[in-house]
Every structure is written in C-alpha cells, then in structure tokens.
Design a protein. Structure first.
Length: 81
C-alpha cells in the first residue's frame, strides 16, 4: 500500500496535480483526496475542486496522481513496499 516516508501515514493521500477551482476565499490545499483501505485500494475519494474526469483518472491510476501527504505535507510517497 502507499505510505508517506516522512510520517508513515497510509490512510489518506492527496493530489497536487489536479487544480483547485473553487472560487472561495479559503480554497482547500488539494484538489483531490483519497482514503485507502487496508489493502491499499482506494476506499473513498474527496473531490475538493477536481472535476469528475480528474477524479476518474486518479481512481484508475492512483500512483500517478496521489503524490502528497495531507497529514505532514510531504511529497515523499512510496507506492510499492
Ligand atoms: Zn506524511
């Protein structure tokens, strides 16, 4: 399963690759978040600005999209352990 080499988080990863398009004063830091189950598969995704096309692509190829740890902010994500 994917994990953050900095803090060891394996539950939630974020993508910095999808744009945040929300016209709010306090936009979310990431356009897309994914929550992973114990097998390392995506359990749920939270779109915070990503459109459905981006979300679908990220779901199909998560290792290309989810590149940041929302817990500590690190981008050192290891996908294959
Ligand atoms: Zn981390």
């Amino acid at each position: 399963m994917p994990h953050c080499t900095n803090c060891g988080n394996t539950k939630t990863l974020a993508s910095t690759l999808v744009p945040v398009n929300t016209p709010t004063a306090n936009p979310p830091p990431y356009g897309l978040l994914a929550n992973f189950d114990e097998d390392g598969s995506i359990d749920t995704m939270e779109c915070q600005g990503a459109d459905l096309d981006d979300a679908q692509k990220a779901f199909e190829r998560p290792e290309l999209y989810f590149n940041a740890c929302p817990v500590c902010g690190s981008c050192d994500i290891l996908w294959h352990v």
